[in-house]
Design a protein around this ligand. Structure first.
Ligand code: NAP
Length: 231
C-alpha cells in the first residue's frame, strides 16, 4: 500500500492527480488549506482529507503528526500547492508581492518537505514530486518557439526557478529519496483563469508518472509529459 500526500489537492491539477493516484491504488491524503474544501473534494473523488496550509508551521506540523499517528510513514509527497500572484509589469512588482508568492511556492515546499522527510525516510521507496513549471526554466522562457517565452513576470517564474534548484539540491542531499520536478504544461485551472490550453487530465501526466516511479527511477530530474525539460 502506497501512502501519498498531495498539497493543494482540493482543486485543479492536485485534485486530478489525487483522483488518478487513488484509481492507481494509492492511499491519498488530499491536502487542502481549507478544511471544508478538502472534505467536499474527498466526497467526490475519495481519499482522506488533510488540512494543510503550506505557509503555516503549525498547520504543516499538525498534518505530519496526523500521518505519523495514522500510518507511521509516507511514501510519496507531491508538493503541488501554488499561487500565480499576477503578472504585472516588472517595474510595478514590489518586494512584498514577490515575498507573498515565495511564501507558498518556495518556502511552502521547504516547510512541507522538512516536516515530512522523517516520515519519507521510513518508506521503502520514498518519492518527492515538486510541481514546478516551464516558467521556472531559463531554457524554456528564452526559447521563442515556446509560449512561455511570451510571458513576463517576476514573482511566479523566479519562484519556480527556485523550486527547480530546491529539487536539484534535495536530490543531491537526500540520495535515498527520489526527488524530481515536473512541468504540467499550460493547463486550464483557476491559477490562470482557465486560459490554459490543456485539460487537467493532460496536465497531470508528468505528476502522476513521477509519483509512481520505481525505486531505481530518476532523481534530480525535471520532466514534462514527453520527457526531460531543460533547466
Ligand atoms: P489551482 O487550481 O489554483 O490550484 C492551486 C491549489 O493550491 C489549490 O488547491 C489551492 O488551494 C492550493 N493552495 C494555494 N495556496 C496554498 C497554501 N498556502 N497552502 C495549501 N494549499 C494552497 O492551480 P493549479 O494550476 O492546479 O496549480 C497546481 C500547481 O501546478 C501549482 O504549483 C502551479 O504553479 C503548477 N502549474 C500550473 C500550471 C497551469 O497551467 N495550471 C502550469 C505549470 C505549473 P485553495 O483552493 O484554498 O486556493
Amino acid at each position: 500500500m502506497t501512502t501519498t500526500l498531495i498539497t493543494g489537492a482540493n482543486k485543479g491539477l492536485g485534485r486530478e492527480a489525487a483522483r488518478q493516484l487513488i484509481a492507481a491504488g494509492h492511499t491519498v491524503y488530499v491536502g487542502s488549506r481549507d478544511f471544508d474544501r478538502g472534505e467536499a473534494t474527498v466526497a467526490e473523488i475519495g481519499g482522506i482529507p488533510l488540512q494543510i496550509d503550506v505557509t503555516s508551521d503549525e498547520s504543516v506540523r499538525a498534518a505530519a503528526k496526523r500521518i505519523e499517528s495514522e500510518v507511521g510513514h509516507l511514501d510519496v509527497l507531491v508538493n503541488n500547492a501554488g499561487i500565480a500572484g499576477g503578472f504585472s509589469s516588472v517595474t510595478d512588482v514590489t518586494a512584498d508581492d514577490v515575498a507573498t508568492v515565495y511564501a507558498t511556492n518556495v518556502f511552502g515546499v521547504v516547510r512541507v518537505t522538512q516536516a515530512f522527510v522523517p516520515l519519507l525516510e521510513r518508506s521503502e521507496a520514498p518519492v518527492i514530486v515538486n510541481v514546478s513549471s516551464g516558467m521556472g526554466s531559463f531554457a524554456v522562457t528564452l526559447d521563442p518557439s515556446r509560449f512561455e517565452s511570451t510571458l513576463v513576470g517576476l514573482a511566479y517564474p523566479s519562484s519556480k526557478a527556485a523550486v527547480n534548484m530546491l529539487t536539484s539540491m534535495y536530490a543531491k542531499g537526500m540520495p535515498n529519496i527520489r526527488v524530481n520536478a515536473v512541468d504540467p504544461g499550460y493547463t486550464a485551472t483557476d491559477l490562470n483563469g482557465h486560459r490554459g490550453t490543456q485539460t487537467v487530465e493532460e496536465g497531470v501526466r508528468a505528476i502522476v508518472a513521477m509519483a509512481q516511479i520505481a525505486s531505481e527511477g530518476p532523481t534530480g530530474s525535471f520532466v514534462d509529459a514527453v520527457g526531460t525539460v531543460a533547466w
